[in-house]
Design a protein around this ligand. Structure first.
Ligand code: UDP
Length: 297
């Protein structure tokens, strides 16, 4: 198979490209290098790389030549970046999705657990009610959700990714685990926002790319992709201390000091994985209790 991976120099895109190459496939990639980095993967191993934005239609067409399937991973990344310019985030997500869908090639749209908004504390089913406030944080979720509808109209698969973690994840745009690891390695206090009681599940990118490749061979509409590795953010910080073996203390930072205006917290985000497991079988996941975070730099 020949795949096009958009956002190929990003955290998930680069791991996915490497996985596909290891499985013996050909990979084309496109990336505007706004948050992705060339050093995230060995570009020379790609059959074709186009350094351009997915809003650039001729470049998208060039990148997709001869491709059988598209993984549309390219997106604006991170709560901090979204809050700095919500309308740019919305336009970028929608315009690039429309462009990639126009190719008329089957594919997978990378949506996000953000689309559930602030809904409840239980496991989130794909048909859960969405609950937003008007805080600008949710502009990203609203745009990703609109992208889902565009993708569904073209009969694409839609995956909602819950907090993915692993080597090469950039700490610059807010993602919690690389930030904690960076702070701990520098013997700086680990900055827990709020009181640390907010809950997330964290899934290794190595599991995620394997799962996404298997899913690409199936037909479905919307499916959650995540794991049951559930942590409060305070527990996560404690785990990082232990594994990095640092004495740096926890520092609690109020949300209004941590984020620009327009932030709104999501107290709990846990996926219901029954659809995923019905589609590709019950998965076993890498534990995040043993990684050597020192190798994550
Ligand atoms: N968070 C934190 N310290 C940080 C970065 C994030 O305590 O340095 C918190 C953040 O407020 C949120 C959780 O960790 O409650 C996960 O944040 P992230 O941005 O990684 O993902 P999301 O909120 O989109 O799930």
């Amino acid at each position: 198979m020949r795949y096009l991976v958009t956002g190929v120099c990003g955290f998930i895109g680069s791991h996915l490209a490497e996985y596909l190459l290891k499985q013996g496939h050909e990979v084309h990639g496109i990336d505007n290098l706004s948050s992705g980095k060339m050093e995230n993967l060995d570009i020379a191993k790609l059959r074709l790389f186009v350094a351009a934005d997915c809003q650039n239609w001729p470049a998208v067409v060039r990148a997709a030549v001869g491709c059988d399937y598209v993984f549309h991973a390219a997106s604006t990344v991170g709560v901090q970046k979204v809050l700095r310019n919500p309308s740019h985030c919305i336009e970028n997500i929608l315009d690039s999705t429309r462009g990639v869908l126009k190719l008329g090639i089957p594919g997978m749209y990378f949506s996000t657990s953000e689309v559930y908004g602030k809904v409840g504390t239980g496991a989130l089913r794909e048909d859960s009610v969405l609950a937003y406030s008007s805080a600008p944080r949710w502009s990203y979720a609203a745009a990703k959700l609109a992208g889902e509808w565009l993708a569904l109209a073209e009969k694409w698969n839609v995956v909602r990714l819950f907090n993915v973690v692993g080597p090469r994840q950039c700490s610059d745009y807010g993602a919690v685990l690389p930030r904690f690891v960076k702070q701990a390695l520098a013997d700086e206090p680990i900055a827990v926002y709020g009181d640390g009681s907010q809950v997330r599940t964290f899934t290794s990118v190595h599991d995620v790319v394997r799962i996404l490749h298997t899913m690409s061979q199936k037909k479905f509409e919307i499916v959650n992709v995540g794991s049951t590795n559930t942590y409060s953010i305070l527990e996560l910080s404690e785990q990082v201390y232990r594994l990095v073996d640092t004495d740096s203390p926890t520092k609690f930072v109020p949300y209004d000091k941590a984020y620009p205006e327009g932030f709104d917290e999501c107290p709990s985000r846990i996926p219901d994985l029954s659809r995923l497991h019905r589609l590709i079988g019950v998965q076993t996941y890498l534990s995040l209790k043993q990684p050597n975070y020192r190798d994550w730099e």
